[in-house]
Design a protein around this ligand. Structure first.
Ligand SMILES: [Zn+2]
Length: 371
């Protein structure tokens, strides 16, 4: 028995020596496959409409969908899984017309002390409102509880304003009592004035740069707070951000000054950055899509492993103006050049409204497989 055991042990050892190099190689090759992620080919919106129209995601050449959280459901999620398509969920961070109508304490206040009116279709929420913060955190937890998603993409991470137009609406907000008290507390500055207009005037005259800096810090706290929830509940999921793709010096620096977006901070916090490169809405040539993508890559002064991925979202949508199928092909091409490692378009509806755009997308995505 003892002899049998020791022989058996030697045989096991020999067998281990023989298979070890093989298993190492196998694991190495699996790792190297994992280290070469495929180019992300997505569509943004309510991609279930493409299924309803009789298409399959994989036939369309898609390997990812970016779905609005209100359009996510079990059937869509399961179909995507079956077709080997990644699911990323758009999360409407500071968008909230219904919320502010029901919770007036969360309505952004301008420098005159009045409620800032809706900026076209957009209505932002005061980002220091604790009730709204809890409301959004709960929503994010519910999504992550229900679905093992590949990522959460924060949208509308900016102070109340409208930038998806050639003529932006850029109000000064938020001067609610809570925001000004928090600003004074965080900075230690003695904000003076008898009422909201008085205090707002004091801040804008005496502490403008501290005010802008504080506002961007408030947004950054939202991002880090939501990222913590994603990391805790779905450690493998990516945190992406959709954001306004103005260059920092455009519109008198409104990207930082009014929207509160500090692009360097976004680069440090995000796993993926998705600049909203809507050329027609912003009245830009198709080449701007490539210019911005390249510029963004140049801003990343981090080591390669700490740099976020760049997956632009481009415009297929026809309002305002018309995006022709050829123009759509051009912006897809511009947005897919390095350093981009993924792309998607706004939106499923635009594709279904003009089947020629579906053909453009299919051809573009399928040809990328073989290139
Ligand atoms: Zn406020």
């Amino acid at each position: 028995m003892k002899l049998y055991t020791s022989h058996y042990f030697i045989v096991l050892l020999l067998f281990a020596f023989i298979i070890t190099p093989l298993s190492c190689n196998k694991s190495d090759s699996a790792e190297s496959l994992q280290q070469e992620p495929q180019f992300v080919k997505g569509v943004y919106g309510n991609p279930g409409t493409l299924l309803d129209a009789g298409y399959r995601f994989d036939d369309l050449g898609l390997n990812a969908i970016f779905v609005r959280s209100i359009s996510l459901n079990q059937s869509l999620y399961e179909t995507a899984q079956l077709q080997n398509v990644q699911v990323f969920v758009e999360f409407p961070t500071l968008l909230g017309r219904n919320y502010v109508e029901e919770h007036p304490e969360a309505w952004p206040i301008d420098e005159t002390g009045e409620k800032s009116p809706p900026a076209d279709w957009f209505m932002g929420v005061c980002p220091t409102d604790p009730g709204f913060w809890e409301y959004r955190r709960t929503q994010l937890r519910e999504i992550l509880e229900l679905y093992d998603v590949d990522g959460i993409f924060l949208d509308y991470v900016h102070w109340h304003a409208q930038f998806e137009t050639p003529d932006p609406i850029l109000p000064e907000t938020c001067f609610c009592d809570r925001c000004m008290a928090l600003f004074a507390e965080d900075t230690g500055l003695p904000v003076q004035g008898d009422d909201i207009p008085g205090k707002a005037a004091w801040i804008l005259e005496n502490a403008d740069s501290e005010w802008r800096n504080w506002r961007s810090t408030v947004l950054n706290r939202w991002i880090t707070g939501l990222k913590e929830i994603v990391r805790e509940m779905r450690p493998e999921a990516l945190l992406g951000i959709f954001y306004c793709s103005w260059f920092p010096d455009e519109y008198d620096g409104a990207l930082y000054k009014t929207l509160g977006i500090d692009i360097e901070a976004f680069i440090e916090m995000a796993d993926v950055l998705s600049p909203m490169l809507f050329h027609k809405m912003k009245d830009r040539p198709a080449a701007w899509v490539g210019d911005y993508t390249s510029w963004l890559g140049d801003q990343m002064n981090l080591s390669p492993e700490n740099r976020p991925l760049i997956w632009p979202i481009v415009q297929a949508h026809d309002n305002p103006g018309v995006v022709t199928p050829d123009e759509f092909r051009q912006v897809m091409t511009e947005g897919s050049r390095p350093p981009s490692t993924g792309i998607m378009m706004f939106s499923d509806r635009a594709l279904l409204d003009n089947p020629e755009k579906i053909d453009v997308m299919m051809k573009f995505y399928h040809e990328m497989i073989y290139n």
